[in-house]
Ligand binder design. Structure first.
Ligand code: DC
Length: 226
C-alpha cells in the first residue's frame, strides 16, 4: 500500500502559537506531533541544573543525555534521561538558556539527527525554527508562522500569569525581541523562512480561523487522501 502520509514542517518566531497549531493539525491528520523546542529546553534545563557555564561543558555532556517523549493524559511531555521534565521547562529562565545553547553547532547536530529519525515513516508534524530549512528540507508542507511582537508578548504574558508567575509586560516584550534577534542572527541554522514555506501571520486571526486556513493547506497538499 502506498504511504500517502506527508511531513509537515512548522517554523516561526517564539510565542506565535506554533505548538498549539501543530498539535491541532497533528490531531486532525492523525499524525505524530514533535515539539523540537522542548528538546532544546530539556538540554537547557540540564545545563542549568548542572551549572554548565561554557559551550565545551555543554558539548561534553551531550553523550550523557537521552531526550525522549512520553504521553501523559493525552499530552506530549519531553523526557530527560527518563525523567518527565515538562513541568520545569516552560519558564523564562529555561527559555533563555535554550536560546543560548541552541546556538551551539554540536547541540543542533545532536538534536537534528534524532529529529530526522523521527520523520522516517512520515505522518509527522514537527515545529521549531529550522524544520523546513535543515531538518526536513524536503517536507511536503512547510508553514512559517508569524505574529507582531506585541501580540506575541501579550500571549506569553498571559501564559505566564496563568502559570502563577508575575511577569512584567515590558520585560516580556523585551525578551520576545531579544529572542527574535538571537534566533535570526545566530551563525548556526538561523531562523529563516524556507523559500517554499507558506507564511501565516496570525496576529489578527482567531485560533479557529487560523486552523481553517491551515487545514485548507493540508487538504490541498494531500488532495484529501489522508
Ligand atoms: O519554541 P521554543 O520557545 O520552545 O524554543 C526554545 C528555544 O529553542 C528557542 O529560543 C529557539 C530554540 N529552538 C531552535 O533553535 N531550533 C528549534 N528547532 C526549536 C527551538
Amino acid at each position: 500500500m502506498v504511504n500517502d502520509k506527508i511531513i509537515i514542517a512548522i517554523d516561526g518566531y517564539s510565542s506565535c502559537g506554533k505548538s498549539t497549531i501543530a498539535k491541532a493539525l497533528a490531531r486532525y491528520a492523525g499524525y505524530t506531533y514533535v515539539d523540537t523546542g522542548a528538546m532544546y529546553r530539556a538540554i537547557a534545563l540540564y545545563t542549568l541544573r548542572h551549572s554548565l557555564q561554557n559551550d565545551e561543558d555543554v558539548i561534553n555532556a551531550l553523550p550523557l543525555l537521552e531526550i525522549g517523549f512520553t504521553h501523559v493524559d493525552g499530552a506530549q511531555h519531553v523526557t530527560l534521561n527518563g525523567e518527565d521534565v515538562e513541568p520545569y521547562i516552560r519558564t523564562l529562565e529555561v527559555g533563555n538558556a535554550a536560546s543560548r545553547i541552541s546556538q551551539i553547532k554540536e547541540v543542533r547536530a545532536f538534536l537534528v539527527a534524532q529529529q530526522q529519525q523521527m520523520g522516517v515513516a512520515k505522518g509527522i508534524v514537527m515545529d521549531g525554527r529550522d524544520i523546513g530549512t535543515v531538518v526536513f528540507p524536503h517536507a511536503e508542507l512547510k508553514l512559517f508562522l508569524t505574529a507582531r511582537p506585541e501580540v506575541r508578548a501579550q500571549r506569553r504574558f498571559d501564559e505566564l500569569v496563568a502559570k502563577g508567575e508575575k511577569p512584567v509586560y515590558a520585560e516580556v516584550l523585551a525578551d520576545v525581541n531579544d529572542r527574535d534577534y538571537r534566533d535570526t542572527h545566530r551563525a548556526e541554522s538561523p531562523l529563516r523562512q524556507a523559500e517554499d514555506a507558506i507564511v501565516v501571520d496570525n496576529s489578527d486571526l482567531t485560533p479557529d480561523q487560523q486552523m481553517q486556513v491551515i487545514i485548507g493547506l493540508f487538504e490541498e497538499k494531500t488532495n484529501g487522501k489522508q
